[in-house]
Design a protein around this ligand. Structure first.
Ligand SMILES: [Zn+2]
Length: 79
């Protein structure tokens, strides 16, 4: 008997499944606000996390915002 293999398709070196946002704003206290927040908010690090590498982002709303930003950059707009 072999147990069913766990899917390892997601990059998950710490074996947690937190949502990774792209960090956008930092407060002096060390709080981080994600790109997908319309108004700055604290990321709850118990439930979610953040990264600066767009390829490591798993939050769909952040990914959409990144894609939008890239599309604007392609058009030559200034960010
Ligand atoms: Zn996000």
């Amino acid at each position: 008997m072999t147990p069913p293999e766990k899917r390892r398709s997601d990059y998950d070196p710490y074996h947690d499944n937190k949502k990774y946002h792209l960090a956008k704003l930092w407060s002096t206290k060390g709080d981080v606000s994600p790109l997908c927040a319309k108004t700055p908010r604290k990321i709850d690090l118990r439930k979610e996390s953040w990264t600066l590498r767009p390829e490591a982002v798993t939050c769909k709303r952040c990914l959409a915002a990144i894609a939008e930003k890239n599309a604007l950059a392609d058009q030559g707009a200034e960010g």
